[in-house]
Design a protein around this ligand. Sequence first.
Ligand SMILES: [Zn+2]
Length: 249
Amino acid sequence: MPPIASDALVLKTSKLGETSKLVILLTRERGKVRAVAKGARGTRSRYQSALEPLSEVRVGLYGRQGTELFRLGQCDLVRSAFPAGGRGLETSLTLSYFAELLDAFAQEGEAEDAVYRLAIAVVRAAEEGRDIVALARYLEAWLLRLAGLYPQLDRCAACGNALPSGPLAYHHVTHGFVCASCGPASGPVLQKPVREFLREVFATAPSAVTTPPEAARVLESFHQNLIRRHLERDLRSYRVMHDVARGTA
Ligand SMILES: [Zn+2]
């Protein structure tokens, strides 16, 4: 049987047996897949650096229709994940968080071209040295929106009327932003620069966002609450990133 050929982004690898690796890939053709890379831990492994998290690869996958675990055949490196060794701790930790976030949101066995294109665009923008905090908020906002979980920015979640320009007041009961007459809202209230940042996020490519990163910092806890509500857990890499940021602040 010929392999399934696909572009893919490596999300995670872990040891399997004595010499192999279990690889989680975000593929263009099949969404998230798990595959066994036989011999990947040997010194003469055919895969070498192609299996670093966030590397872009071209893979051949073997497995029957409906299988939960593929065998990885060919794996050609298309674009190496961050060859620049000089990236700082914050960037490294944030990139681990990106990989875990994508792993948590991507669906297995379903092609999600929008998620794939989003992932590639954000990783490449990070490589170009774009602000990593703004990129984190960008990725979170879009993954939540593509999963149907981001509140509407221009309509009241309670009455459906257009929201006036200005701050956005979140109300957890309606899981959305509400107008003054449907309030009082539980909060948080997102001020105008934050709203402007979100408008930009949903209108432009990650490399084109120009809002100052302060607005992105404000969104961190708001997004984490939305993510936690959906996943019903904290992401490990987020906790590590958060603890390190607090410790070094
Ligand atoms: Zn209303």
